[in-house]
Design a binder for this molecule. Sequence first.
Ligand code: DNO
Ligand code: MN
Length: 400
Amino acid sequence: MRQTWRWFGPVDKVTLRDARQAGVEGIVTALHHVRTGEVWSKEEIAKRQAEVRGTGAAPTGLDWEVVESIPISESIKTQTGDWRAHVENWKHSLRHLHEAGLRTICYNFMPVLDWTRTDLTWEVANGAKAMRFDLPDFAAFDIHVLKRKGAAESFPEAVVEEAARRYTAMPEARQKQIAQNVTAGLPGAMESWSLEELRTQLATYDGISEETLRGHFIDFLSEVVPVAEELGMRLCCHPDDPPFPLLGLPRIMSTEAQYRAVLDAVDSPANGVTLCSGSLGARPDNDLPGMAERMGPKIHFVHLRNVRRDTEETPCSFFEDDHLAGHTDMVALVAALLREEARRRAEGRADAEIPMRPDHGQDILNDSERGSQPGYPAIGRLKGLAELRGVMAALKATAA
Ligand code: DNO
Ligand code: MN
Protein backbone atom coordinates (compact mmCIF):
# COMPACT_ATOMS: atom_id res chain seq x y z
CA MET A 1 0.00 0.00 0.00
CA ARG A 2 1.11 3.52 -0.69
CA GLN A 3 1.94 5.32 2.56
CA THR A 4 0.33 8.75 2.59
CA TRP A 5 -0.17 11.49 5.17
CA ARG A 6 -2.78 14.16 5.64
CA TRP A 7 -1.48 17.70 5.48
CA PHE A 8 -3.77 20.68 6.13
CA GLY A 9 -1.74 23.11 4.03
CA PRO A 10 0.75 25.79 5.07
CA VAL A 11 -1.20 26.45 8.30
CA ASP A 12 -0.53 22.90 9.46
CA LYS A 13 1.81 22.84 12.46
CA VAL A 14 3.04 19.47 11.25
CA THR A 15 5.24 20.28 8.27
CA LEU A 16 5.96 18.42 5.06
CA ARG A 17 9.49 17.91 6.35
CA ASP A 18 8.00 16.16 9.38
CA ALA A 19 5.95 14.01 7.02
CA ARG A 20 9.05 13.14 5.06
CA GLN A 21 10.83 12.08 8.22
CA ALA A 22 7.86 9.92 9.16
CA GLY A 23 8.70 8.06 5.95
CA VAL A 24 5.61 8.92 3.95
CA GLU A 25 5.47 8.58 0.17
CA GLY A 26 2.63 10.91 -0.73
CA ILE A 27 0.42 13.71 0.58
CA VAL A 28 -3.32 13.89 1.12
CA THR A 29 -4.72 17.40 1.22
CA ALA A 30 -7.52 19.72 0.14
CA LEU A 31 -8.24 23.37 -0.52
CA HIS A 32 -9.63 23.97 2.95
CA HIS A 33 -9.92 27.71 2.33
CA VAL A 34 -12.32 27.47 -0.62
CA ARG A 35 -15.94 27.93 0.47
CA THR A 36 -18.08 24.80 0.30
CA GLY A 37 -20.08 24.75 -2.93
CA GLU A 38 -17.59 26.82 -4.91
CA VAL A 39 -15.32 25.65 -7.75
CA TRP A 40 -11.72 24.75 -6.97
CA SER A 41 -9.92 26.92 -9.52
CA LYS A 42 -6.96 25.71 -11.55
CA GLU A 43 -4.84 28.43 -9.94
CA GLU A 44 -5.61 27.40 -6.37
CA ILE A 45 -5.02 23.74 -7.19
CA ALA A 46 -1.68 24.57 -8.85
CA LYS A 47 -0.68 26.68 -5.85
CA ARG A 48 -1.37 23.88 -3.38
CA GLN A 49 0.39 21.41 -5.63
CA ALA A 50 3.49 23.65 -5.73
CA GLU A 51 3.40 24.03 -1.95
CA VAL A 52 3.37 20.27 -1.57
CA ARG A 53 6.23 19.78 -4.02
CA GLY A 54 8.36 22.56 -2.57
CA THR A 55 10.58 24.89 -4.52
CA GLY A 56 13.32 23.97 -6.98
CA ALA A 57 15.98 24.70 -4.39
CA ALA A 58 14.13 22.89 -1.63
CA PRO A 59 11.98 20.10 -3.07
CA THR A 60 10.04 18.10 -0.50
CA GLY A 61 10.26 14.91 -2.53
CA LEU A 62 6.50 14.56 -2.03
CA ASP A 63 3.48 15.10 -4.25
CA TRP A 64 -0.24 15.66 -3.73
CA GLU A 65 -1.66 12.20 -4.43
CA VAL A 66 -5.12 12.07 -2.85
CA VAL A 67 -7.75 14.78 -2.42
CA GLU A 68 -9.47 14.72 0.97
CA SER A 69 -12.04 16.08 0.74
CA ILE A 70 -14.04 18.10 -1.74
CA PRO A 71 -16.82 19.02 0.67
CA ILE A 72 -20.42 18.46 -0.37
CA SER A 73 -22.66 21.35 0.55
CA GLU A 74 -25.62 20.98 2.88
CA SER A 75 -27.74 22.31 -0.02
CA ILE A 76 -26.78 19.26 -2.09
CA LYS A 77 -27.57 16.93 0.82
CA THR A 78 -30.97 18.52 1.44
CA GLN A 79 -31.63 19.40 -2.23
CA THR A 80 -32.43 22.99 -1.43
CA GLY A 81 -31.26 26.40 -2.58
CA ASP A 82 -28.34 26.43 -5.01
CA TRP A 83 -27.83 22.69 -4.94
CA ARG A 84 -27.83 22.17 -8.69
CA ALA A 85 -25.18 24.87 -9.16
CA HIS A 86 -23.13 23.26 -6.39
CA VAL A 87 -23.25 19.90 -8.19
CA GLU A 88 -22.05 21.57 -11.39
CA ASN A 89 -19.26 23.25 -9.43
CA TRP A 90 -18.25 19.90 -7.95
CA LYS A 91 -17.93 18.47 -11.47
CA HIS A 92 -15.95 21.50 -12.49
CA SER A 93 -13.55 20.96 -9.58
CA LEU A 94 -13.13 17.34 -10.71
CA ARG A 95 -12.12 18.49 -14.19
CA HIS A 96 -9.61 20.96 -12.78
CA LEU A 97 -8.13 18.36 -10.46
CA HIS A 98 -7.89 15.93 -13.35
CA GLU A 99 -5.94 18.48 -15.38
CA ALA A 100 -3.51 18.79 -12.47
CA GLY A 101 -3.02 15.02 -12.54
CA LEU A 102 -5.08 14.12 -9.47
CA ARG A 103 -7.20 10.99 -9.69
CA THR A 104 -8.35 9.91 -6.22
CA ILE A 105 -11.01 11.98 -4.50
CA CYS A 106 -12.24 11.25 -0.98
CA TYR A 107 -15.41 12.90 0.34
CA ASN A 108 -18.15 12.16 2.82
CA PHE A 109 -21.91 12.48 2.93
CA MET A 110 -22.52 13.15 6.64
CA PRO A 111 -25.24 15.70 7.31
CA VAL A 112 -24.08 18.77 9.27
CA LEU A 113 -21.26 17.13 11.25
CA ASP A 114 -18.02 15.47 10.24
CA TRP A 115 -16.46 13.23 12.91
CA THR A 116 -17.93 13.68 16.37
CA ARG A 117 -16.26 13.23 19.76
CA THR A 118 -17.03 14.34 23.32
CA ASP A 119 -13.32 14.45 24.31
CA LEU A 120 -10.35 15.47 22.19
CA THR A 121 -7.69 14.87 24.87
CA TRP A 122 -8.89 11.95 26.95
CA GLU A 123 -6.04 10.53 28.98
CA VAL A 124 -5.29 6.82 28.52
CA ALA A 125 -3.42 4.75 31.12
CA ASN A 126 0.08 5.58 29.83
CA GLY A 127 -0.60 9.33 29.83
CA ALA A 128 -1.16 9.69 26.08
CA LYS A 129 -4.20 11.73 25.00
CA ALA A 130 -6.79 10.13 22.77
CA MET A 131 -10.07 11.20 21.23
CA ARG A 132 -13.13 9.67 22.81
CA PHE A 133 -16.85 9.45 22.18
CA ASP A 134 -18.67 9.00 25.47
CA LEU A 135 -22.29 8.07 24.87
CA PRO A 136 -23.78 9.16 28.25
CA ASP A 137 -21.90 12.48 28.08
CA PHE A 138 -23.11 12.99 24.53
CA ALA A 139 -26.66 12.11 25.61
CA ALA A 140 -26.41 14.59 28.52
CA PHE A 141 -25.45 17.25 26.01
CA ASP A 142 -28.20 16.34 23.53
CA ILE A 143 -31.00 15.95 26.10
CA HIS A 144 -30.13 18.53 28.77
CA VAL A 145 -27.89 21.16 27.16
CA LEU A 146 -29.08 21.30 23.56
CA LYS A 147 -32.56 20.23 24.76
CA ARG A 148 -33.33 18.71 21.36
CA LYS A 149 -36.91 17.55 20.94
CA GLY A 150 -37.00 13.74 20.81
CA ALA A 151 -33.43 13.45 22.10
CA ALA A 152 -34.33 11.18 25.05
CA GLU A 153 -36.09 8.73 22.71
CA SER A 154 -32.96 8.33 20.60
CA PHE A 155 -30.85 6.66 23.32
CA PRO A 156 -31.27 3.38 25.20
CA GLU A 157 -33.08 3.88 28.52
CA ALA A 158 -30.03 3.06 30.65
CA VAL A 159 -28.02 5.71 28.79
CA VAL A 160 -30.77 8.30 29.37
CA GLU A 161 -30.69 7.56 33.11
CA GLU A 162 -26.90 7.73 33.25
CA ALA A 163 -26.97 10.97 31.25
CA ALA A 164 -29.37 12.53 33.79
CA ARG A 165 -27.05 11.53 36.66
CA ARG A 166 -24.01 12.91 34.86
CA TYR A 167 -25.76 16.14 33.94
CA THR A 168 -26.68 16.90 37.55
CA ALA A 169 -22.99 16.80 38.49
CA MET A 170 -21.68 18.33 35.26
CA PRO A 171 -19.90 21.68 35.63
CA GLU A 172 -20.86 24.33 33.12
CA ALA A 173 -17.32 24.31 31.71
CA ARG A 174 -17.70 20.64 30.79
CA GLN A 175 -21.06 21.29 29.13
CA LYS A 176 -19.42 24.00 27.02
CA GLN A 177 -16.50 21.76 26.23
CA ILE A 178 -18.73 18.98 24.91
CA ALA A 179 -20.65 21.49 22.79
CA GLN A 180 -17.34 22.68 21.36
CA ASN A 181 -15.94 19.19 20.81
CA VAL A 182 -19.05 17.97 19.01
CA THR A 183 -18.37 20.33 16.10
CA ALA A 184 -14.55 20.26 16.28
CA GLY A 185 -14.37 17.72 13.46
CA LEU A 186 -15.83 20.10 10.94
CA PRO A 187 -13.14 20.78 8.35
CA GLY A 188 -11.28 23.89 9.34
CA ALA A 189 -13.83 24.55 12.09
CA MET A 190 -11.59 25.83 14.80
CA GLU A 191 -14.24 28.27 15.87
CA SER A 192 -17.05 26.44 17.59
CA TRP A 193 -20.73 26.78 16.87
CA SER A 194 -23.22 28.24 19.29
CA LEU A 195 -26.12 26.06 20.41
CA GLU A 196 -28.43 28.28 18.37
CA GLU A 197 -26.37 27.74 15.21
CA LEU A 198 -26.37 24.02 15.77
CA ARG A 199 -30.17 24.01 16.25
CA THR A 200 -30.61 25.98 13.03
CA GLN A 201 -28.45 23.51 11.12
CA LEU A 202 -30.29 20.52 12.56
CA ALA A 203 -33.65 22.03 11.63
CA THR A 204 -32.71 21.95 7.94
CA TYR A 205 -32.97 18.15 8.15
CA ASP A 206 -36.49 18.09 9.59
CA GLY A 207 -38.43 15.54 7.59
CA ILE A 208 -35.34 14.12 5.83
CA SER A 209 -35.32 10.39 6.50
CA GLU A 210 -32.54 7.92 5.83
CA GLU A 211 -34.35 6.96 2.60
CA THR A 212 -34.63 10.57 1.44
CA LEU A 213 -30.99 11.29 2.18
CA ARG A 214 -29.90 8.15 0.32
CA GLY A 215 -32.02 9.29 -2.62
CA HIS A 216 -30.27 12.66 -2.58
CA PHE A 217 -26.90 10.93 -2.42
CA ILE A 218 -27.74 8.69 -5.37
CA ASP A 219 -28.94 11.74 -7.34
CA PHE A 220 -25.60 13.41 -6.61
CA LEU A 221 -23.62 10.33 -7.62
CA SER A 222 -25.63 9.92 -10.84
CA GLU A 223 -24.34 13.37 -11.79
CA VAL A 224 -20.70 13.24 -10.71
CA VAL A 225 -19.76 9.56 -11.19
CA PRO A 226 -20.10 9.61 -15.03
CA VAL A 227 -17.79 12.64 -15.14
CA ALA A 228 -15.25 10.92 -12.90
CA GLU A 229 -15.52 7.71 -14.93
CA GLU A 230 -14.97 9.53 -18.21
CA LEU A 231 -11.87 11.17 -16.72
CA GLY A 232 -10.54 7.93 -15.24
CA MET A 233 -10.88 9.28 -11.71
CA ARG A 234 -11.89 7.45 -8.54
CA LEU A 235 -14.36 8.87 -6.04
CA CYS A 236 -14.31 7.24 -2.62
CA CYS A 237 -16.83 7.90 0.10
CA HIS A 238 -15.63 8.09 3.70
CA PRO A 239 -17.96 6.42 6.24
CA ASP A 240 -19.98 8.14 8.94
CA ASP A 241 -18.04 8.78 12.11
CA PRO A 242 -19.33 7.49 14.44
CA PRO A 243 -21.33 5.04 12.32
CA PHE A 244 -24.76 5.59 13.86
CA PRO A 245 -27.33 8.43 13.78
CA LEU A 246 -26.58 11.45 15.99
CA LEU A 247 -28.68 14.47 16.98
CA GLY A 248 -31.62 13.08 15.03
CA LEU A 249 -29.69 13.32 11.75
CA PRO A 250 -29.90 10.43 9.31
CA ARG A 251 -26.69 8.48 8.63
CA ILE A 252 -26.43 6.45 5.43
CA MET A 253 -22.80 5.27 5.17
CA SER A 254 -22.32 3.35 8.40
CA THR A 255 -22.60 -0.32 7.42
CA GLU A 256 -21.64 -2.67 4.62
CA ALA A 257 -25.28 -2.98 3.55
CA GLN A 258 -25.54 0.80 3.26
CA TYR A 259 -22.36 0.96 1.19
CA ARG A 260 -23.63 -1.87 -0.99
CA ALA A 261 -26.90 -0.04 -1.69
CA VAL A 262 -25.05 3.04 -2.92
CA LEU A 263 -22.38 1.13 -4.87
CA ASP A 264 -25.05 -0.91 -6.63
CA ALA A 265 -27.26 2.08 -7.39
CA VAL A 266 -24.50 3.80 -9.40
CA ASP A 267 -22.34 0.94 -10.58
CA SER A 268 -19.03 2.24 -11.89
CA PRO A 269 -15.34 1.80 -11.14
CA ALA A 270 -15.40 5.52 -10.32
CA ASN A 271 -17.91 4.97 -7.48
CA GLY A 272 -15.84 3.63 -4.62
CA VAL A 273 -15.03 3.46 -0.96
CA THR A 274 -12.65 5.08 1.51
CA LEU A 275 -12.34 2.24 3.96
CA CYS A 276 -11.86 3.98 7.33
CA SER A 277 -11.36 1.26 9.93
CA GLY A 278 -11.56 3.71 12.82
CA SER A 279 -14.94 5.10 11.83
CA LEU A 280 -16.53 1.79 10.85
CA GLY A 281 -14.91 0.02 13.82
CA ALA A 282 -17.12 1.81 16.34
CA ARG A 283 -19.85 -0.71 15.43
CA PRO A 284 -19.30 -4.27 16.59
CA ASP A 285 -21.29 -5.58 13.60
CA ASN A 286 -18.84 -4.08 11.08
CA ASP A 287 -16.39 -6.87 10.33
CA LEU A 288 -13.51 -4.86 8.86
CA PRO A 289 -11.33 -7.64 7.38
CA GLY A 290 -14.47 -9.17 5.82
CA MET A 291 -15.60 -5.81 4.45
CA ALA A 292 -12.14 -5.25 2.93
CA GLU A 293 -12.36 -8.65 1.29
CA ARG A 294 -15.88 -8.23 -0.08
CA MET A 295 -15.69 -4.56 -1.10
CA GLY A 296 -12.04 -4.90 -2.17
CA PRO A 297 -12.39 -3.95 -5.84
CA LYS A 298 -14.20 -0.75 -4.83
CA ILE A 299 -11.67 0.39 -2.23
CA HIS A 300 -9.72 3.34 -3.60
CA PHE A 301 -8.33 4.77 -0.36
CA VAL A 302 -7.78 3.45 3.15
CA HIS A 303 -7.70 5.10 6.58
CA LEU A 304 -6.11 2.85 9.16
CA ARG A 305 -6.99 3.55 12.77
CA ASN A 306 -8.33 1.50 15.65
CA VAL A 307 -10.99 2.11 18.26
CA ARG A 308 -11.79 0.33 21.50
CA ARG A 309 -15.48 0.13 22.32
CA ASP A 310 -16.71 0.24 25.93
CA THR A 311 -19.61 -2.11 25.17
CA GLU A 312 -20.78 -4.34 22.32
CA GLU A 313 -23.95 -2.40 21.58
CA THR A 314 -24.69 0.19 18.91
CA PRO A 315 -24.51 3.07 19.72
CA CYS A 316 -21.68 2.83 22.23
CA SER A 317 -18.83 4.77 23.81
CA PHE A 318 -15.35 4.26 22.36
CA PHE A 319 -11.91 5.79 22.23
CA GLU A 320 -9.16 5.91 19.62
CA ASP A 321 -6.70 3.26 20.73
CA ASP A 322 -3.22 2.57 19.35
CA HIS A 323 -3.26 1.50 15.70
CA LEU A 324 -2.54 -2.15 16.50
CA ALA A 325 -4.65 -2.24 19.66
CA GLY A 326 -8.42 -1.66 19.76
CA HIS A 327 -11.09 -4.02 18.51
CA THR A 328 -10.17 -4.27 14.83
CA ASP A 329 -7.77 -7.06 13.92
CA MET A 330 -5.42 -4.75 12.05
CA VAL A 331 -3.14 -7.53 10.82
CA ALA A 332 -6.11 -9.38 9.30
CA LEU A 333 -7.38 -6.14 7.76
CA VAL A 334 -4.01 -5.23 6.21
CA ALA A 335 -3.67 -8.82 4.95
CA ALA A 336 -7.05 -8.54 3.19
CA LEU A 337 -6.02 -5.26 1.58
CA LEU A 338 -2.70 -6.70 0.41
CA ARG A 339 -4.59 -9.61 -1.16
CA GLU A 340 -6.73 -7.11 -3.04
CA GLU A 341 -3.60 -5.38 -4.32
CA ALA A 342 -2.17 -8.73 -5.42
CA ARG A 343 -5.37 -9.47 -7.37
CA ARG A 344 -5.11 -6.09 -9.08
CA ARG A 345 -1.48 -6.65 -9.95
CA ALA A 346 -2.38 -10.02 -11.43
CA GLU A 347 -4.87 -8.20 -13.67
CA GLY A 348 -2.03 -5.93 -14.76
CA ARG A 349 -3.70 -2.81 -13.40
CA ALA A 350 -1.55 0.30 -13.24
CA ASP A 351 -3.42 1.49 -10.14
CA ALA A 352 -2.92 -1.71 -8.16
CA GLU A 353 -1.35 0.06 -5.19
CA ILE A 354 -3.98 1.41 -2.79
CA PRO A 355 -3.11 4.63 -0.96
CA MET A 356 -3.43 4.36 2.83
CA ARG A 357 -2.81 6.82 5.61
CA PRO A 358 -2.57 6.50 9.37
CA ASP A 359 -5.86 8.12 10.31
CA HIS A 360 -5.50 10.09 13.53
CA GLY A 361 -3.02 9.32 16.26
CA GLN A 362 -2.85 9.89 19.99
CA ASP A 363 -0.98 12.89 21.35
CA ILE A 364 2.22 11.38 22.73
CA LEU A 365 5.59 12.71 23.93
CA ASN A 366 5.46 16.46 23.23
CA ASP A 367 2.68 16.33 20.61
CA SER A 368 0.33 18.54 22.66
CA GLU A 369 2.83 21.43 22.57
CA ARG A 370 2.52 21.77 18.81
CA GLY A 371 -1.07 22.85 18.50
CA SER A 372 -1.73 20.52 15.57
CA GLN A 373 -5.25 19.72 14.35
CA PRO A 374 -7.18 17.47 16.76
CA GLY A 375 -6.33 13.87 15.87
CA TYR A 376 -3.45 14.82 13.59
CA PRO A 377 -0.32 15.07 15.78
CA ALA A 378 3.14 14.46 14.31
CA ILE A 379 4.53 11.83 16.63
CA GLY A 380 1.34 9.92 17.37
CA ARG A 381 0.66 9.47 13.67
CA LEU A 382 4.29 8.67 12.97
CA LYS A 383 4.07 5.91 15.57
CA GLY A 384 0.88 4.56 13.98
CA LEU A 385 2.37 4.63 10.50
CA ALA A 386 5.58 2.96 11.66
CA GLU A 387 3.61 0.13 13.26
CA LEU A 388 1.46 -0.31 10.17
CA ARG A 389 4.52 -0.24 7.94
CA GLY A 390 5.96 -3.08 10.00
CA VAL A 391 2.78 -5.11 9.57
CA MET A 392 2.81 -4.53 5.82
CA ALA A 393 6.48 -5.47 5.49
CA ALA A 394 6.06 -8.63 7.57
CA LEU A 395 2.98 -9.76 5.65
CA LYS A 396 4.67 -9.12 2.33
CA ALA A 397 7.79 -11.01 3.39
CA THR A 398 5.82 -14.04 4.53
CA ALA A 399 3.61 -14.04 1.42
CA ALA A 400 6.64 -14.04 -0.87
C1 DNO B 1 -12.15 10.56 10.29
C2 DNO B 1 -11.41 11.44 9.38
C3 DNO B 1 -12.39 12.41 8.71
C4 DNO B 1 -12.33 12.36 7.22
C5 DNO B 1 -13.36 13.11 6.45
C6 DNO B 1 -13.35 12.67 4.99
O1 DNO B 1 -12.14 9.38 10.29
O2 DNO B 1 -10.72 10.65 8.50
O3 DNO B 1 -12.13 13.70 9.16
O4 DNO B 1 -11.10 12.84 6.84
O5 DNO B 1 -14.58 12.88 6.95
O6 DNO B 1 -14.28 13.32 4.23
MN1 MN C 1 -11.12 8.37 8.47
